[in-house]
Design a protein around this ligand. Structure first.
Ligand SMILES: [Zn+2]
Ligand SMILES: [Zn+2]
Length: 244
């Protein structure tokens, strides 16, 4: 089932629980239009994509294209534990969201407050929490990838919108930061609901032979529209050739 039209809060985090996030999704009519899509398509955030680029592949270590949710800054808050608060746990998880007795409300009451993603997932200043930044082509306030320095889980790719990324050069009024949250970090209950099936596959031309042929043939991916970079449709001929 696609994302429902009513308001929902989606949660997730790293494997050890040092980093947790909340995505507060408003009801459909209050969700912002996708800044890169023509307004006439009425495409609203969040949506989900897969990316075949070399940077996504190497930073996640995944041979298949990682899938991520496209989250505007207005929806994201983050709670991150700092190494100095780790007095009693020296190994293992702070919390296990898959444990039978996991109580989200109780777990959240015992951890640092949730603050905007723009205060946590932008590289540039010394991190006082377990959030760390992957050093890639760029790693700063305009562009970065974050992961948990304690358990190693990649969490998201952040970028600041500039007019050239946006349809007709129009920056949205409500936000300028976008977070691509890796879907594998979302709590399982939301993945079971299938709310974030990818809507498009991007950077297809940079995919490996393996990632491209899986995308061209696998149920759940083969029917998803694909573009060579952020536009430039992948032709049926190319997909048929990969599927042969
Ligand atoms: Zn962790
Ligand atoms: Zn990518």
């Amino acid at each position: 089932m696609p994302l429902p039209d009513d308001a929902n809060t989606v949660t997730g985090g790293c494997s050890c629980g040092a980093i947790r996030y909340r995505i507060a999704i408003p009801r459909l009519e209050d969700r912002p239009l996708h800044p890169m899509a023509p307004p006439s398509t009425n495409t609203r955030l969040p949506n989900a994509i897969t990316c075949h680029c070399n940077d996504c592949r190497r930073s996640t270590g995944a041979l298949l294209p990682p899938a991520m949710a496209d989250i505007p800054a207005t929806m994201l808050t983050v709670s991150a534990i700092s190494p100095s608060s780790e007095s009693t746990i020296v190994s293992g998880r702070f919390l296990d969201v898959l444990a039978e007795d996991y109580d989200a409300e109780k777990a959240d009451a015992d951890r640092p407050p949730y603050v905007p993603g723009t205060q946590t997932f932008l590289a540039g200043e010394e991190s006082k929490t377990w959030i760390r930044f992957y050093h890639t082509t760029s790693c700063g306030k305009a562009w970065s990838r974050s992961f948990c320095g304690r358990c190693g889980t990649p969490i998201c790719f952040h970028f600041k919108l500039i007019p050239e990324y946006c349809h007709d050069g129009n920056l949205p009024k409500e936000f300028e930061d976008v977070f691509h949250i890796y879907l594998g970090t979302m709590d399982r209950e939301f993945l079971e609901k299938d709310w974030f099936a990818p809507d498009s596959e991007v950077n297809f031309k940079f995919g490996t032979p393996f990632s491209k042929s899986v995308s061209a043939t696998a149920k759940g991916l083969k029917e998803v529209p694909k573009v060579q970079e952020f536009d430039g449709e992948v032709t049926k001929e190319e997909l048929d050739h990969l599927a042969a």
